[in-house]
Design a protein around this ligand. Structure first.
Ligand code: FA5
Length: 356
């Protein structure tokens, strides 16, 4: 390569390095890459002219050209990295949320901390009250056989009481029809059977859980609701024990200023039976839509264990006696928090849920 050409190459490399250093965008960089090192660049032209040189000269000129190309390519790569860095930083700046935006967002949609729903909390509070009174807490299945939900509770197939507790029957083709339980009372049977099998009488237990009925939802009813069942089987248990237990519970849960009363009622599995009512807390006894104008709200049913039930589970009614009760948990929550319409419990309206 003649000296003049070598000087030209040096000048070309120096000018190109200065140009590369001044490139302001990635687009300019791509154009510079093509014009400085591409097929139409001076480097490519020089490369093609090497063929006319003597072998020795060609070798040294070729090496100079390679070095020039490497110098330019490295400078282009460095500049490219720097320009990409700038572009990245600009994008981050553009995408970053201003502190003000975040604050506005938080005010419009505060993310609250979740907590248990009112029914679940009420269930725990009721359990606490009964545990403090010496009861244990037990569980029972939500899907029952017809036997546990009805027959063992002295409600044979054609009994009119079935009408009160009609439910969702599932015919699985089994000998026994399966039902979604209509009350927590079948848990009494499971508990008594287990106590007989394990010779572990007496029983002092409460059994909370979900129940299902084909009731049309209204101010006091839901189709899926909750009850807490109570069962005491012991020696020399009388109606006074039942009444005292219910009175103690009412005072502990609702406070001393809420009156309660037992009204004679009928349940096939208790004898005598009673309905347990308290003063309606919405109208304080004056009469309102929630209590259908009576001033009283029924919380549950109760009574002394019917000898037929004790016999069905194999407990000697001469030695053992007992009582049972079943309260609506949703009804307790409704009265405790003065909720005029029980359907609010399942509406999922956050304005309601935040209040209770
Ligand atoms: C029973 O379910 C009996 N098993 C109670 C019982 C237990 C009696 C032990 C004797 C011995 P009743 O159908 O009345 O009884 O329901 C009891 C309570 O469950 C009602 O007072 C009410 O508080 C609640 N309850 C009943 N149906 C509904 C419903 N559809 N929605 C919300 N709560 C209900």
């Amino acid at each position: 390569m003649p000296d003049a050409s070598l000087r030209e190459l040096d000048t070309f490399v120096n000018d190109s390095l200065a140009l590369i250093e001044g490139l302001a965008s990635l687009e300019d960089l791509r154009e510079a890459e093509a014009s400085l090192t591409g097929r139409r660049s001076p480097l490519a032209t020089w490369q093609r002219s090497l063929g006319a040189l003597e072998p020795d000269e060609r070798r040294s000129a070729g090496a100079r050209l390679q070095e020039a190309r490497r110098t330019l390519e490295e400078a282009l790569a460095r500049r490219g990295e720097a320009l990409r860095d700038v572009a990245r930083r600009e994008k981050l700046d553009r995408d970053a949320l201003a502190l003000g935006d975040v604050v506005v967002d938080q005010v419009l949609w505060p993310l609250g901390v979740g907590r248990a729903g009112l029914v679940a909390r009420t269930q725990r509070e009721l359990e606490d009250v009964f545990v403090a009174m010496g009861f244990q807490v037990a569980d029972g299945p939500e899907v029952e056989s017809d036997w546990y939900n009805f027959e063992a509770l002295n409600i044979p197939p054609a009994h009119p009481a079935r009408g009160m507790w009609d439910t969702f029957y599932v015919d699985l083709g089994d000998p026994e029809t399966v039902v979604l339980r209509t009350h927590t009372s079948p848990t009494q049977i499971h508990l008594m059977e287990a106590a007989v099998a394990n010779a572990s009488l007496p029983i002092h237990s409460v059994m909370p859980g979900r129940c299902y009925r084909r009731d049309t939802p209204d101010a006091r009813h839901l189709a899926t609701f909750h009850q807490i069942e109570g069962l005491v089987v012991d020696r020399a248990i009388s109606f006074a024990d039942l009444a005292g237990t219910i009175e103690t519970f009412t005072r502990a849960y609702f406070g001393a200023d809420i009156a309660s009363r037992l009204r004679p009622a009928y349940f096939p599995f208790t004898e005598p039976s009673a309905e347990f009512e308290i003063t309606c807390t919405i109208c304080r006894g004056g009469g309102c839509r929630t209590c259908s104008g009576t001033g009283w709200i029924e919380l549950g049913g109760c009574g002394m264990l019917d000898p037929a039930v004790l016999e069905a589970v194999g407990i000697d009614g001469d030695e053992w006696s007992g009582f049972a009760f079943g309260f609506g948990i949703d009804r307790c929550a409704q009265m405790r928090h003065q909720i005029a319409d029980m359907r609010a419990l399942i509406d999922n309206d956050v304005r309601f849920l935040r209040q209770v």
